[in-house]
Ligand binder design. Structure first.
Ligand SMILES: NC(=O)c1ccc[n+]([C@@H]2O[C@H](COP(=O)([O-])OP(=O)(O)OC[C@H]3O[C@@H](n4cnc5c(N)ncnc54)[C@H](OP(=O)(O)O)[C@@H]3O)[C@@H](O)[C@H]2O)c1
Length: 306
């Protein structure tokens, strides 16, 4: 089959090539993949993967062979799913528990952005607790997870403050529905109840210090690559505990289908916009990688397979 394979010698470290067809297990469907999306972690896996390896988490396409055990969607169904690798390929074996049927009217390319980025945003916000009337700060709000987190927090009734590094990024985040957009957490003066932190480093420290008594910071990612050094005493002095909580939306979760169903229903209803900042054929993957790594990509990159 055709695939985007790891090649450290080319720009973007991914290029179209050939790879063995997947062999679905009894609880897996075989999907003809039409679209995938690029996530920050895939830049790492492209850099550190074996030459010829097929990486990729997200894919959307059409089932060409139903699962042998009779579970899941039938052949011909439009689906989106998650897996640990194998997503950047024309064919993919997907566990029926890790996919959902895409409703009519939802673009398959847009659906391909949901498993990692939107799923992580939803998980982080649910871990954070009730949102109605809460002040939520989202760092890395111009990115993939951030773009969904801003919208989902607003949908939940929160007052949303987005952080974006550039003026264009701030405009983008404002258009997604943030109540306030700032260049850094240090610009925020009033306390916040919840932080969805995609950036780590100094932004994590500044955001943690904004937490109100009982507030929590959901640690999604460390896009900054920097250490977070808390000043002496900064974790003390709150009547109710303030917490830093890890967020995990990788493999082995049992609620993936339910998570995808909820996100797809929101997209189908026009309540959740899929923030696509780059879309093109997968042989242009180097352009998408450059935009993502140079912080020129707002929202998600969709790669059309073919
Ligand atoms: N825990 C999990 O299960 C999970 C799941 C998905 C993703 N993640 C992690 O969460 C983070 C966000 O993911 P994503 O897909 O939203 O990534 P992304 O699209 O690259 O967005 C990250 C955002 O962080 C901001 N940023 C600030 N400082 C940065 C720096 N030095 N380098 C790069 N970006 C910087 C950028 O916004 P500005 O340029 O506007 O500042 C960028 O838009 C990543 O670290 C990713 O690996 C974790």
């Amino acid at each position: 089959m055709r695939a985007l394979i790891v090649d450290q010698e080319v720009p973007g470290r991914l290029r179209p090539g050939d790879a063995p067809d997947p062999e679905p297990g009894p609880g897996q469907v075989l999907v003809e993949v039409r679209h995938t999306s690029l996530n920050a972690a895939e830049l790492y896996f492209a850099e550190h993967g074996a030459p010829g390896q097929v990486i990729g988490f997200d894919s959307a396409g059409v089932v060409v062979r139903a699962a042998a055990n009779g579970a899941g969607p039938e052949a011909g169904s439009r689906v989106v799913g998650f897996g640990e690798g194998g997503g950047f390929a024309a064919l993919r074996a997907l566990d029926v528990a890790d996919l959902a049927v895409v409703p009519d009217g939802v673009d398959l390319g847009e659906a391909a952005t949901l498993p990692v980025a939107a799923g992580t945003a939803l998980r982080a916000l649910e871990q954070a607790g009730p949102l109605l009337g809460r002040r939520v700060l989202v760092t890395g709000a111009s990115g993939g997870v951030g773009g969904f987190a801003v919208q989902l927090a607003a949908l939940g009734g929160a007052y949303v403050i987005g952080v974006a590094g550039s003026a264009d990024g701030r405009r983008w985040v404002g258009e997604l529905g943030a109540d306030e957009v700032v260049a850094g957490p240090q610009e925020v003066t009033d306390p916040v109840d919840i932080v969805i932190d995609n950036v780590g480093g100094t932004q994590l420290v500044a955001a943690y210090r904004l937490l109100t008594s009982g507030g929590n910071l959901q640690s999604v990612g460390w896009a900054s690559g920097g250490d977070a050094v808390l000043p002496v005493g900064s974790t003390l002095g709150s009547p109710a505990p303030r917490s830093v909580v890890s967020v995990y939306n990788g493999g082995g979760l049992t609620d993936r289908r339910a998570q995808l169903d909820r996100l797809l229903a929101l997209v189908a209803a026009g309540k959740l916009r899929v923030p696509v900042g780059w879309r093109g054929p997968w042989d242009k993957v180097a352009d998408a990688v450059a935009a993502l790594s140079e912080r020129r990509l707002w929202g998600k990159a969709v790669l059309d397979v073919g």
